[in-house]
Design a protein. Structure first.
Length: 265
């Protein structure tokens, strides 16, 4: 499986799904997952995208097959952005279509704002421009992880994340996948989360942008999302009817189709 060393002792893992015609030039779509996930979070997107593009699913620093981070790792949002830039360079492509879910969407916003030359199109799926409102949640989450472990925390917090329509079997799969995240990674990462705010940067985004949210997202109301989305020139907002905030997980087929059509347009 592909890995590359992004800094001494830290490797990032990624998966490539490419079913394009070898004789036809194809774009690269880079997918960035959210908190406590891995590239497997975009499993359902592969059939929709991989015939027309080389699909790259990154495991963010500390997650999935990437090097787990110790609890005292000095997490910096800027480093997560730099990791994505490093991967684009490692892939040897000039530009990518960038798609992010949850905090992966926040990272994608920052990459597009700070490195416009690298981003052809941008899709943000349930990703907020600011996570400062998480300050009230993360201390309790960290305490539960320390006392009960990651799978118990995932199961307890899934109602807001996934909404009420997800099947028990799907919930079980997401809980298992997310529950494999190292507790040390999450403990440090969750301390960083409430400091993340790229609202002031979105005006600098020049890539055509699609933003998808839900009617009942716990990460921000439709009005709050629209307030920053409208500052991205020429961007489009799609609102999916659901009470989840992880729209790529709760409504994968609809969301993947939206992304496919947006990237092809």
């Amino acid at each position: 499986m592909p890995h590359f060393e992004v800094s001494p002792g830290v490797t990032l893992h990624y998966t490539v799904d490419d079913f394009t015609d070898p004789w036809v030039p194809a774009p690269t779509v880079l997918l960035l997952h959210g908190l406590a996930e891995s590239g497997e979070a975009f499993r359902a997107f592969v059939p929709a995208l991989a015939r027309q593009a080389r699909v790259v699913r990154l495991d963010l620093r500390g997650y999935g097959g990437s090097t787990p981070m110790p609890e005292d790792h000095p997490w910096r949002f800027d480093q997560l952005v730099a990791d994505v830039v490093a991967l684009i360079g490692h892939l040897g492509v000039a530009r990518v279509h960038l798609v992010g879910g949850k905090i992966g969407g926040t990272i994608a916003l920052a990459v597009a704002a700070r490195h416009p030359e690298l981003v052809e199109k941008l899709a943000v799926l349930g990703g907020p421009a600011s996570l400062t409102n998480m300050a009230g949640r993360t201390p309790g989450w960290r305490a539960q992880i320390a006392a009960e472990g990651v799978p118990a925390w995932v199961a307890a917090s899934n109602a807001g994340r996934m909404g009420t329509r997800m099947s028990p079997a799907a919930l079980a799969w997401w809980t298992q996948m997310m529950g494999r995240t190292a507790a040390s990674t999450l403990q440090g990462f969750l301390q960083m989360v409430p400091s993340v705010d790229v609202t002031a940067e979105v005006d600098r985004i020049r890539a055509p942008t699609l933003v998808v949210t839900t009617t009942g997202s716990g990460l921000g109301s439709v009005e709050e999302v629209r307030a920053w989305q409208e500052r991205i020139a020429g961007s489009r907002l799609v609102v999916v009817e659901n009470d989840s905030y992880h729209v790529a997980a709760s409504d994968p087929d609809e969301t993947a189709a939206l992304v496919r059509d947006f990237l092809a347009g």
